[in-house]
Design a binder for this molecule. Structure first.
Ligand code: ADP
Ligand code: ADP
Length: 224
């Protein structure tokens, strides 16, 4: 069955209908691209699926549990233990070094510093940014920063990685490198990836595409 599934999601912001009957499903280890034009509801869908924003109606089931049936505390705990996040901009803490940034989710989950930083370095090696461990985010390039962010998203061993335009601020060469490393890393741990993008060359790294238009979603066969 599906690891994460949504049925008939509706979400409004005042007069704006962001989601209007959207549906979604993803299996363990699957990489699904959520495509569609700007303003079509992609980010809102991702925020609902990740339990960050409650839909007005419709159901979201993760690992057999209905998200709306969980308390806020249980939902945050689930996000910390089972989900990883990569966003387009500004997600690294500027005052921390790169290794401290990657170790942060483990530290917040209560891991001792040495252990957390050892695990962080292992992920930084896989993302080929271990040489940046002592640098601060302001001292690394955009592509390097996104690879540090991917390492941070994966360090807790999430079952789902939510990536919202993870290459949106990068040139195509760096964007492709980030996608290659992100999808390889996710596949090696059987993590599913929900990838929001409006770029076909980024979606090409997915197993399947869902297209959102005016808040509605459609499954697309991958045409190769
Ligand atoms: P098509 O263009 O092939 O007729 P639609 O775009 O109408 O398909 O719908 C595609 C999918 O999106 C359907 O499988 C349906 O489940 C879902 N969907 C679209 N709009 C709604 C809605 N208002 N309520 C529930 N599901 C919807
Ligand atoms: P996309 O990610 O496809 O660009 P979004 O999900 O960000 O689309 O937005 C869908 C629609 O909902 C847009 O019209 C957007 O302006 C609106 N919207 C999204 N978030 C909010 C919000 N927090 N407050 C008001 N309107 C919002």
């Amino acid at each position: 069955g599906s690891l994460l599934a949504a049925e008939n999601l509706r979400k409004t912001f005042g007069p704006t209908v962001a989601l209007d009957g959207a549906h979604f499903s993803i299996h363990p280890g699957e990489v699904v691209a959520v495509m569609g034009p700007s303003g079509s509801g992609k980010s809102t869908l991702l925020h609902c699926l990740a339990g960050i924003v409650p839909p007005d109606s419709g159901s979201i089931t993760y690992d057999g549990r209905e998200l709306s049936g969980l308390s806020d505390t249980a939902r945050s705990a689930l996000r910390r233990s089972d989900f990883g996040f990569v966003f387009q901009f500004g997600q690294l803490v500027p005052e921390l070094t790169c290794v401290e940034n990657v170790a942060l989710p483990l530290r917040l989950n209560g891991s001792p510093r040495k252990e957390a930083e050892r695990a962080a370095l292992t992920w930084m090696e896989r993302l080929e940014v271990d040489d940046l461990k002592g640098k601060r985010p302001g001292e690394v390039s955009g592509g390097q920063g996104q690879r540090v962010a991917v390492a941070r998203a994966l360090v807790t061993g999430p079952r789902v990685v939510f990536a919202d335009e993870p290459t949106g601020a990068l040139d195509s060469l760096n964007g492709e490198r980030v996608m290659e490393l992100l999808t390889d890393a996710a596949r090696s741990t059987n993590a599913a990836v929900v990838l929001v993008t409006h770029e076909a060359r980024v979606a090409a790294y997915s197993d399947r595409e869902i297209v959102v238009r005016d808040g509605r979603s459609r499954d697309m066969e991958r045409a190769i």
